[in-house]
Design a protein around this ligand. Structure first.
Ligand SMILES: [Fe+2]
Length: 294
């Protein structure tokens, strides 16, 4: 795996709201942000949104407690899922397994992914981030066209109905990349297989030169644009104490009721997934993907 030593810059408070031509952060932050438990400075939220708009990555240097992280995440939009990211024996999920996690985006229901670090690994645990828009922009137009016509199927959480999304969209709603190497096209074809292989090749090449490593310290938080920034990490020691709290934030649902938060069964108290859920097939594909990489 590439040795990446660059660190992303820390979000500076007070940054003005950027309006990039390709962005999809078209819903401005609330003037006053307040949850039932914690008031959050509107300026801080605007700064985070500005960084997400500009670079796709926003980091809070802390110190921030979990409640503060959740309050900011809630201020950004609607938190539609929370999960605990830590190693758990016998759980077939990248969230809970020590093996390396390849670059991917999460389910498109998440416009923004946020992590808050409770405990970090003593030596590793850095996340690897890559701007997928830049990678797609360098692909030839034929491959881009095919990626618009290539759809992947995934469920947002265990037991949820799977949904289908194009790998690449750059229409009115802004650019969106949806890619995970373990997902297969809904309608396979040689043309789509070639386009996905070309995208994977380009991602690997770009990750060697342009990816960022972010190793959160306890009390730090990070949010990324899930439609733009791919994330992954290297292998962890199987005894790693690393523990992150992850949220999925929907921006389009920000004006809806703040209910329906789904706590991932994959990382819930039981640590077991529901049998027969659409995610089981996804987990099997991830396992097959892992074995091919070894
Ligand atoms: Fe992920």
């Amino acid at each position: 795996m590439t040795d990446v030593r660059k660190e992303v810059s820390t979000t500076a408070p007070g940054v003005g709201l950027a309006t990039g031509p390709r962005g999809h952060f078209d819903v401005g932050p609330r003037a006053i942000v307040e949850t039932s438990e914690t008031a959050v400075e509107a300026a801080a939220v605007r700064a985070l949104l500005a960084e997400l708009q500009r670079t796709g990555i926003a980091r809070h240097p802390g110190p921030l407690d979990l409640r503060g992280f959740e309050a900011i995440s809630t201020a950004l939009g609607r938190v539609v899922e929370t999960a605990l990211v830590e190693l758990r024996a016998g759980v077939g999920s990248f969230l809970a397994s020590p093996g390396p996690v390849p670059l991917h985006t999460d389910h498109p229901v998440a416009d923004v992914i946020g992590w808050w670090c409770e405990r970090q690994d003593p030596v590793g645990g850095a996340m690897r981030l890559l701007d997928g828009w830049d990678v797609v922009a360098r692909l030839d137009t034929g491959t881009q066209r095919t990626l618009r016509d290539t759809h992947l199927c995934a469920s947002a959480h265990p037991g949820a109905e799977p949904s289908i999304h194009p790998v690449w969209t750059d229409g009115h709603g802004g650019a969106r990349l949806f890619y995970a190497p373990w997902l297969l096209p809904v309608v396979p074809s040689a043309r789509r297989a070639r386009a996905l292989a070309e995208l994977e090749r380009a991602l690997r090449a770009a990750s060697a030169t342009s990816s960022l490593a972010v190793r959160l310290q306890p009390g730090e938080a990070l949010w990324i644009d899930n439609h733009r920034i791919l994330h992954g990490r290297g292998a962890l020691d199987p005894r790693s104490p690393r523990r992150l709290h992850r949220v999925w934030v929907s921006l389009t649902a920000r004006t809806g009721p703040r209910t329906g938060i789904v706590r991932s069964a994959a990382t819930g108290p039981s640590g077991r997934r529901r049998s027969g859920s659409p995610r089981r097939a996804e987990v099997r594909r991830k396992a097959a993907y892992d074995s091919r990489r070894r």
